[in-house]
Design a protein around this ligand. Structure first.
Ligand SMILES: Cc1cc2nc3c(=O)[nH]c(=O)nc-3n(C[C@H](O)[C@H](O)[C@H](O)COP(=O)(O)OP(=O)(O)OC[C@H]3O[C@@H](n4cnc5c(N)ncnc54)[C@H](O)[C@@H]3O)c2cc1C
Length: 408
């Protein structure tokens, strides 16, 4: 079977790896418009479950990703000059996007995938490539999807808020939300480590605050310098960093929620951001993109890895099963968006209560005693106990992963 992945992001590269691992005789090509090492954004976060998924499917790239990822052992909410509020029991990992894509590309190459960088596929890959299966792994602005928008039943819902994906020279040890009140309204950032010397820093605010601060008219770099002053406390005097290639003329974006009524058209399938998006406030897009590729490989190759079902049956299963899994996740991500779009109705003047609302922004029901646990988490000694328990659980999962690699 010959497969072409249009787009060498996490979804396309991971599927290419799986296809070669599951059937060595398959021919797999990844077409990526950028040159190697060129991508957008900074680092992305993920959790322990994702490491388990990676490990189950390809321990080699899983190990490399874990070794390159940074662990953050806490989540902190900063509101103006108030005492930091801790969201207890939370930890996760972050990895630089360029590094992650490099790991996946090298692994794909090692397994015999053909990688064609610097090549932009046209909107009709069926005519361009001789392939049994084509993945539209070309991201949120997918041209392949746009070409058949009616068939896919695509809906694109823009969010209200404006955001800018930056870095900072402050090395945050914890995942940090920082909120500053201005005369124009609240402005906030999400920051988490990218490397030992820098962190990712995504700034967000309502369109009214954005215009009120003059960010709509200031040259983008001047806007960044202004934000640096505004967040001087939370950044501890550190700089905000622009991407290597500069900010461009119009760097402020609105999140766009993508949904599709079907993810399949003959032998063309949507995976990752071309199929669905979730707001970065839930930090899940990369994880979901890779999980799509795992679900697709399971459906195409079948559980016995060699004699899978007929291709069309597999694609129909992927479309039905994986799309149904995404619906509740996108609903949850929507509640997260709503929280940030109506943030002025939240109790910001009481940082502990506000942080609790932030913790529950996805709408998962929390029993009343959870608030008391949250209050207790603000006590240093009790937080330390909770952290010790979390660390023990994390270590146990890492040991289990390592044991599963040893010959029995
Ligand atoms: C601000 C922000 C923060 C985020 N933080 C996180 C996070 O913490 N955790 C997380 O899990 N996710 C996060 N995400 C989401 C994550 O970045 C995406 O969900 C993920 O990159 C989707 O992977 P993908 O492979 O589907 O698409 P992409 O990564 O967008 O890859 C698509 C690729 O296709 C290529 N391409 C496009 N068109 C063509 C063409 N015609 N020919 C050839 N190549 C083409 C592009 O160059 C690109 O390399 C964040 C997103 C944003 C915006």
């Amino acid at each position: 079977m010959r497969t072409v992945c249009v787009g060498g992001g996490p979804a396309g590269l991971y599927y290419a790896i799986l296809a070669r691992l599951r059937r060595e005789s398959d021919d797999v090509l990844v077409v990526e418009r950028n040159e190697p090492g060129v991508t957008f954004g900074w680092s992305v976060t993920f959790g322990e479950d994702f490491l388990d998924d990676l490990h189950r499917n390809d321990p080699v790239s899983a190990r490399a990703i874990r070794e390159s990822a940074l662990l953050w052992g806490d989540q902190v909410v900063l509101v103006g000059d108030a005492r930091p509020v801790h969201l207890g029991g939370k930890y996760g990992y972050s990895i630089d996007r360029t590094r992650m894509l490099d790991i996946l590309a090298r692994r794909a190459e090692q397994l015999g995938v053909e990688l064609r960088f610097g090549t932009t596929a046209g909107p009709e890959p069926e005519a361009e490539f001789d392939a049994d299966l084509i993945l539209a792994s070309d991201g949120v602005g997918s041209r392949l999807r746009a070409q058949h928008v009616e068939h896919f039943g695509t809906t694109i819902t823009p969010g209200r808020n404006r955001y800018l994906w930056l870095g900072t020279s402050r090395s945050f040890a914890a995942f940090t939300f920082a909120f500053e009140r201005t005369d124009a309204g609240l402005v906030w950032f999400y920051a988490y480590p990218s490397s030992d010397e820098a962190s990712t820093c995504i700034v967000e605010c309502s369109p009214e605050t954005w215009a009120g601060l003059g960010l709509d008219t200031l040259p983008p770099s001047d806007g960044v310098r202004m934000l640096e002053g505004l967040f001087a406390r939370a950044l501890d005097g550190h700089r905000l960093l622009e991407p290597d290639g500069g900010l461009g003329a119009d760097p402020w974006l609105n999140f766009r929620e993508i949904r599709n009524a079907t993810w399949r058209r003959d032998n063309l399938v949507l995976v990752g951001d071309s199929a669905h998006t979730t707001h970065f406030g839930i930090g899940a897009g990369t994880v979901l993109a890779v999980q799509d590729s795992i679900a697709l490989a399971d459906a195409v190759y079948g559980p016995d890895l060699q004699a899978g079902p007929a291709l069309q049956t597999g694609l129909a299963t992927y479309d039905r099963v994986r799309r149904a899994e995404l619906d509740p996740i996108q609903d949850m991500a929507r509640r997260n968006v709503r929280f940030f779009e109506t943030i002025d109705t939240q109790p910001v003047e009481d940082p502990v209560r506000f942080a609790y609302a932030l913790l529950n922004r996805r709408g998962e029901a929390q029993p009343g005693w959870q608030y008391r646990v949250h209050q207790a988490t603000q006590v240093d000694g009790l937080r330390q106990v909770r952290r010790t328990i979390t660390n023990a659980r994390r270590t146990a999962r890492a040991v289990k992963r390592r044991r599963s690699e040893l010959p029995s």
